[in-house]
Design a protein. Sequence first.
Length: 293
Amino acid sequence: MTRFGTFWSVTLSPHETSCLASFIKNGYEVVLYSFEEIRDLPDGVQRADARKIVDRSYLDRFITNRATNVAAFSDYFRYLMFLKTDLCWTDTDIFMLQGFEINPNDNFFVVEDGRNICNALLRIDGASPELKEIIEKTESILDKDVPWAAAQSFIGKTYRKKWREMAGSLKRPEEFMPIHYNEYYKFLLPEFADECADKCATAKTIHLYNNILDKIGVCKNLLPPDKSYLNHLFTSQGYASKFWGVYPAPVIRTLVDGWRMRNSGECLGAKAIIKQAIPSLNRTIRRNIWKYL
């Protein structure tokens, strides 16, 4: 049976523990690597020392906007994990709905937005020359200030010219991430519960987009609102008791609307827009240049 591995560096919320527990409930082995002890691990999840994969000093060597980029380190970690183990990678915000198998000697890529490879659920053959190339490219950005998703982009860049050969390894997003990241809020709001249930009915996993929830300010210690898809999922699977309480739906709508306004600039005055325009333009230019390198 497929074995899964992941990395974590801070306290787990009920959101993450529920996702991890969903793999155990479906009969799978999960190894969570960390540099420190992790409390409240779900029963059945094995904790392992991350130093077995890479030295802790590398945690501070991935940089974006002059700050440590833990996400980029996590990308590097999973590449080395593939090299050293037969584990398949899962992010801690992947919830398993039904079992499936991944051959550790094969590649497993979930495609989104055309030809983008999402690395939240992933396996790269540990003996492949492509994995070695990806690791080398990732090590080339150590101690350099690079865009946020630079380490993740090396997968697509490495396989760019081999797309047709990869057909058997490419998985449809409808199977593993049926709700698009631009529609993350549909998991949280009651009015979209039926839509989510329909789209997720035959899916094997769903991606809950931790990074977006963190950015918009969702406290993952609270259950999403009553009658939302995610509330029903956590409750029906027996995980509701892990949470401290339940979000009122109007609060979630306010957080979602605020995030949309911040992204669109609607909540900014003219001076603030001008102040942000140049740094934003520079970031966009850097991302686009990096994308095509």
